[in-house]
Design a protein around this ligand. Structure first.
Ligand code: HEC
Length: 106
């Protein structure tokens, strides 16, 4: 009995711990980009690994936020945006804003 109820409890505690102390990179646009986006869009957001991938640097912040929200939700699914859907899945709205701010400043 004790064993049966134990693991969900541990999982709950682990989730609470995650939510409480967000790691430093969680809302740092530069760090987030480096971690999740650099591989395709380039370190400066302006040198994509494929010439057909979009250059993001300096793009309008509002536009970026809207595109990222739409790719995440599936509202934008044309072209190659499927490549990004999985990447956007764990990205929160707060992180989208942080990423957009950083990209705009490049
Ligand atoms: C696997 C490669 C890959 C990764 C990783 C990736 N992207 Fe993309 N991204 C693409 C491709 C390809 C497109 C073009 C999609 C299309 O054809 O509509 C795109 C499109 C975009 C767009 C829309 C640009 C526009 O002009 O409309 C934004 C904004 C963007 N990516 C930001 C990001 C951010 C932020 C991350 C990290 C969280 C990221 N991408 C990670 C490949 C990637």
């Amino acid at each position: 009995m004790l064993k049966k109820n134990f693991s969900p409890m541990i999982a709950g505690i682990a989730l609470l711990a995650l939510g409480a102390g967000s790691p430093a990179w969680a809302t740092d646009g530069a760090a987030l980009f480096k971690k999740s986006c650099l591989a395709c869009h380039g370190a400066d957001a302006n040198t994509p690994i494929q010439p057909i991938y979009p250059r993001l640097a300096g793009q309008n912040e509002e536009y970026l936020i809207n595109q990222l929200r739409d790719i995440k939700s599936g509202a934008r699914k044309g072209g190659m945006s499927m490549l990004m859907m999985g990447i956007m899945a764990p990205i929160t709205d707060e992180q989208i804003v942080a990423l957009a701010k950083w990209i705009t400043a490049q």
